[in-house]
Design a protein around this ligand. Structure first.
Ligand code: MLT
Length: 272
């Protein structure tokens, strides 16, 4: 059963209450937007606003993020993917356009391989098919210890420098502040469990050539977390995919250059 508080709806999926925002036309094709780590559904505000005129648009909070319950299970990309399919089933969304950024992209790749019939198009935003290197895994464990010692504020400030392009840090202060608030509103329990999930995720590069769904790969030109080279490589592997490297954007490309992002997504969706 769905409940509503302010603009957010809640629905029980597996062992948790999942929070989500929805807008747009009820009988139109649905775009489902999946946020990155450790963020929440509000990172998609400018896409919901733009695409609600022609689509049904829905942005859920992943387990332990935003207003969705943490649950008690250890996190993994497969668990997040299981929640996503449960969410689609509960809302009777037979087939959707799925747009995931970074960790949202890891989840998108996971479900696209396991449930290809449930998706009419994929948008892989600032993401990667690779698993963590041993060094990256080590760094995530170090991050857990750093947060335990120095707190979340320092982690949030350091994250912003990696998430945003240098120019965005100067000129997009509303956006950087919004992301800072998203990070600070996530509990450390959820951040630690998500870091372990990210560190242990499986690669999906070897399966890209089997994707038979229209796909747009889109990445910020100044993304240093999932750089344009990996986007180019994924595009070459995914049959009939398209690619766009977005100017004036780092890892948070949909927030840093929303006009450019929306235009590319719109062009892809209208000509796929
Ligand atoms: C994200 O934006 O979801 C994270 O940067 C993903 C990651 O750290 O691998």
């Amino acid at each position: 059963m769905t409940q509503q508080k302010n603009n957010t709806s809640f629905i029980r999926i597996n062992d948790i209450e999942v929070a989500y925002t929805s807008a747009g036309l009820n009988d139109a094709e649905t775009i489902l937007f999946i946020h990155g780590f450790p963020l929440n559904k509000s990172m998609w505000i400018q896409q919901l606003e733009f695409f609600k005129r022609d689509f049904r648009v829905i942005a859920p909070d992943i387990r332990g993020h935003g207003e969705t319950d943490e649950g008690k299970k250890p996190y993994s990309i497969s668990l997040f993917a299981h929640d996503l399919i449960g969410f689609m089933d509960a809302l009777q969304l037979e087939k959707v356009i799925l747009c995931g950024l970074s960790m949202g992209g890891y989840i998108t790749l996971n479900v696209a391989h396991r449930y290809p019939d449930r998706f009419s198009a994929l948008i892989l935003t600032d993401t990667s098919c690779k698993s963590d290197t041993p060094e990256a895994r080590e760094k995530r464990m170090q991050t857990i210890m750093d947060i335990e010692q120095n707190g979340l504020e320092k982690y949030a400030d350091e994250s912003l420098k990696r998430l945003f392009a240098p120019d965005s840090l100067i000129y997009k202060t509303d956006e950087t502040e919004a992301v800072r608030k998203m990070i600070l509103s996530t509990t450390t329990t959820s951040i630690f469990s998500s870091l372990r999930a990210l560190a242990t995720r499986e690669e999906s590069c070897s399966k890209l050539s089997g994707i038979n769904i229209p796909t747009l790969v889109i990445t910020g030109q100044a993304d240093i977390i999932t750089p344009p080279e990996i986007a180019e490589w994924m595009h070459q592997q995914i049959p009939h995919s398209r690619i766009h490297i977005l100017e004036e954007a780092g890892h948070m490309s949909n927030m840093e250059n929303p006009e450019g992002f929306n235009e590319q997504l719109w062009m892809f969706l209208s000509t796929r």
